[in-house]
Design a protein around this ligand. Structure first.
Ligand SMILES: Cc1cc2nc3c(=O)[nH]c(=O)nc-3n(C[C@H](O)[C@H](O)[C@H](O)COP(=O)(O)O)c2cc1C
Length: 325
């Protein structure tokens, strides 16, 4: 029953509040009565909106909200048609009691889908889609933190990884040499060859790195092609940032790992000599909360975790960064 414990632990305070409102409204609706009773139907609609809100709470990519919007809009006419279809079939099948029962059940399900679920889902999808689309570059940069604990069961496909590398391909490159090459990893077998070669969060002395269930589900390894250039660090940094911003936009996240056992990684993946290993990007669906703190002029730059397991990253203020010369 570990997954139940895990799921409950992952539910955030805002979701608990929505669950509470949803339950009160749901029970309230049935107490008031929902048959031909507008206040009861509206209360039940509110309860369903709360349930949809809990479901989409952690969505960060506008794409998912727009897909939900499309499905929700379509589910109204589809629900109406199927409701009427099962109603008609129920009349035709009146001699077969079991069939009448099944068709009656389906008729009610599609009625509820069309009349009660489609509306709240459209509203939530619209609000979520607009909010996540309006995040802009500042919002995306803020949500682009270094995440080291993930929801490992959330897989990232090869197609998505290629889209990320395409962002790096479109990025700036010194003298436009474009000397970076990439290895993608999204299978358990290859991931297992990479994970043990990485070192995590040097400042967190008591933390050994992500455990089973919170490991990254994908990696992008950045290599420098020595036949094309001899220095790669600027290009590699820019490429990592492009990829991580792309990940943040999709509601994913990652961590740049520079502390790598390069000999073992080279051996594990059979990386040939002309390529130098630069950085590894560990990627996944973030499974931890990371916040930025203001760093006082004499404060400590070390990141840390509080009692609630929230990861804090102190950042120097703008006044300290911009020199008034
Ligand atoms: C070049 C580079 C190498 C890094 N190497 C590691 C690493 O080996 N292990 C790790 O856990 N984090 C690594 N990080 C992540 C930094 O620790 C992280 O960026 C820093 O704590 C600030 O947090 P933020 O990215 O959320 O702003 C690296 C970051 C950069 C830019």
């Amino acid at each position: 029953m570990d997954w139940i414990k895990d799921t409950v632990n992952r539910v955030q305070i805002g979701q608990w509040i929505l669950i509470a409102f949803g339950l009160i409204a749901g029970v309230g609706a049935f107490v008031i009565g929902i048959t031909d009773n507008i206040p009861g139907i509206l209360t039940l609609t509110f309860a369903i909106a709360c349930a949809v809100g809990v479901w989409v709470w952690n969505w960060r990519s506008p794409r998912r909200f727009w897909i939900l919007l499309g499905i929700a809009v379509l589910s109204f006419p589809v629900g109406v048609v199927l409701h009427n279809l099962f109603y008609a079939l129920g009349i035709l099948a009146e001699d077969y009691q079991i069939l009448v029962g099944i068709l009656g059940f389906l008729e009610v399900i599609f009625f509820l889908l069309a009349v009660l679920v489609a509306g709240p889902a459209v509203v939530i999808a619209l609000i979520g889609g607009i909010i996540t689309s309006w995040k802009g570059i500042t919002g995306t940069a803020k949500s682009n933190r270094s995440y080291r604990r993930f929801i490992e069961s959330h897989l990232i496909s090869e197609k998505i990884l290629k889209q990320f590398v395409n962002l790096a391909r479109l990025s700036a490159s010194g003298a436009n040499r474009q000397p970076l090459k990439y290895i993608l990893s999204f299978t358990e077998e290859r991931n297992q060859k990479i994970f043990p070669t990485l070192s995590w969060a040097g400042y967190l002395k008591d933390w050994k790195g992500p455990v089973e269930g919170e490991k990254p589900s994908a990696y992008i390894i950045l290599l420098g092609d020595t036949t094309l250039a001899s220095s790669f660090q600027y290009d590699a940094g820019i490429a990592c940032q492009s990829i991580l911003l792309g990940a943040a936009e999709r509601g994913l996240g990652g961590c740049i790992i520079g502390s790598i056992n390069k000999d073992t990684l080279r051996e594990n993946l059979g990386i040939p000599d002309p390529y130098v290993i630069l950085l590894v990007l560990a990627l996944g669906k973030p499974g931890e909360k990371v916040v930025i703190d203001d760093l006082e002029p004499e404060g400590d730059i070390k990141y840390w975790r509080d009692g609630k397991d929230v990861h804090h990253v102190p950042k120097r203020g703008l006044d300290e960064l911009i020199l008034d010369l």
